[in-house]
Design a protein around this ligand. Structure first.
Ligand SMILES: *Cc1c(COP(=O)(O)O)cnc(C)c1O
Length: 406
């Protein structure tokens, strides 16, 4: 029996989702078991009918998945109310990867003939899924500049088959933001399902459910896990009937389930989310100020800088500017390559949201699959460098950048 009072975000990070282990282990053990047993045939039947709570088969669910799902759902709902003024309750479904979670999201909500309305500069994998996989199933996507609310609405008027509005804010790697409040308002007028990729912000910096969206998606691989130890993804929804019904069915049948070890690592990682994000954001602000003032730097895209075109939108819907930035050196690609090769402390790797600072080159790495002309239209020039600022001591990060820029 527990009467835990959880009023702060960090308390939620630490305690939400946890249930007392039957063996009294302090930390939920790794339930490495493909199936679960019944005392009687009747008990098995009741679990299948949903009359009795309990696990059946790990593709369907597992205690380690449940803990991570409840924790993340609680963080996305933290401090929010539903339409009736009650504490918002959300349901999360954990997956093997972000891309697996997106597969469930799209196939569970769309059918042949439907279309998705989205914007420029999405995560490379999402973009490729929209271009290379979904069209084969009769699901097309329409790209519009969502900074232009009028154009967005005109596009919806002209395309009544649009069923979903898919947003990624901040988006990769230019840190473009779109206005969640305005766009959700428009989406509701046209009866669209709205989904937001909240991977870069995390629920600590931004809560899209505050604006009435239907789904939030995360690649948990990034800041939620926080340590780069496991791939994972989650969709979180507010329509509980749908989430417990058809979305759960879709997840189980597509088979993109997580595994107990990765879910366990995710759960441990989330416990320090607020601490890490505060440090990540503080460091990122320092790094951005340093780079912006450096004579070798052409421009810096960081949401904490008033020079970013979406500074106002970010300030409205995010707590801080986040840990992600991108920048270009004055010497373009050649200078950029030299800089990356000279780094000693910062790690050369794609991905993001780990404790160490990661540096990558979008044009040749994360956005290699996106045609050059399209890339440049999104601001992903050949010389652009992306950085996920870590939680190291800030002096060491700055000193490494300094020596690499010399
Ligand atoms: C990494 C990432 C994804 C894809 O997630 P995986 O866990 O790699 O499958 C989607 N969106 C964003 C913004 C990401 O950073």
């Amino acid at each position: 029996m527990s009467n835990k009072v959880i009023s702060g975000f960090s308390s939620a990070c630490v305690h939400e989702g946890h249930v007392q282990d039957p063996m009294y282990a302090h930390i939920t053990p790794i339930y490495a078991s493909s199936t679960f047993t019944y005392d009687t045939a009747e008990q098995g039947m009741h679990r299948f009918e949903g009359k009795e709570e309990g696990y059946i088969y790990t593709r369907w669910g597992n205690p380690n998945f449940t803990e991570a799902e409840r924790k993340i759902a609680a963080l996305e709902a933290f401090g929010l109310q539903d339409e009736n003024g009650k504490d918002l309750v959300l349901k999360g479904i954990l997956h093997a990867s972000g891309m697996a979670a997106l597969t469930t999201l799209f196939l569970g909500n769309l059918k042949a003939g439907d279309a998705i309305l989205t914007h420029f500069s999405l995560y490379g994998g999402t973009e490729e899924m929209f271009q290379k996989i979904l069209p084969n199933l009769g699901i097309n996507s329409i790209i519009v500049d969502m900074h232009d609310l009028h154009a967005t609405e005109e596009t919806l008027k002209a395309n009544p088959h649009v069923k979903m509005m898919y947003l990624e804010t901040p988006a990769n790697p230019t840190l473009q933001c779109v206005d969640l409040e305005e766009l959700t308002f428009i989406a509701k007028k046209y009866n669209l399902v709205t989904a937001v990729d909240n991977t870069f912000a995390t629920p600590y910096l931004q809560q899209p459910f505050a604006f009435g969206v239907d789904y939030v998606f995360h690649s948990t691989t990034k800041f939620l896990n926080g340590h780069g130890t496991a791939i994972g993804g989650i969709i979180i929804g507010k329509n509980l009937e749908l989430m417990n019904g058809f979305m759960t069915k879709t997840h189980r049948l597509l088979g993109g389930n997580s595994n107990p070890f990765d879910a366990y690592l995710l759960t441990q990682g989330i416990k320090t989310l607020e601490l890490r994000m505060e440090r990540h954001c503080h460091n990122a602000m320092e790094v951005a100020n340093f780079l912006e003032a450096h004579p070798a730097i052409e421009r810096v895209n960081y949401l904490g800088l008033s020079s970013h075109p979406d500074f106002a939108i970010a300030s409205k819907q995010m707590k801080h500017g986040g840990a992600m930035m991108s920048f270009e050196l004055k010497g373009g690609l050649e200078a950029g390559t030299k800089f990356i090769n000279r780094l000693q402390l910062c790690t050369r790797a794609v991905s993001l949201g780990t404790c160490d600072t990661l540096v990558s080159h979008p044009a040749s790495m994360t956005h290699y699959g996106v045609p050059k002309a399209t890339r440049e239209q999104y601001g992903i020039t050949d010389g652009l460098i992306r950085m996920s600022v870590g939680i190291e001591s800030i002096t060491d990060i700055i000193n490494d950048l300094k020596q690499a820029l010399q």
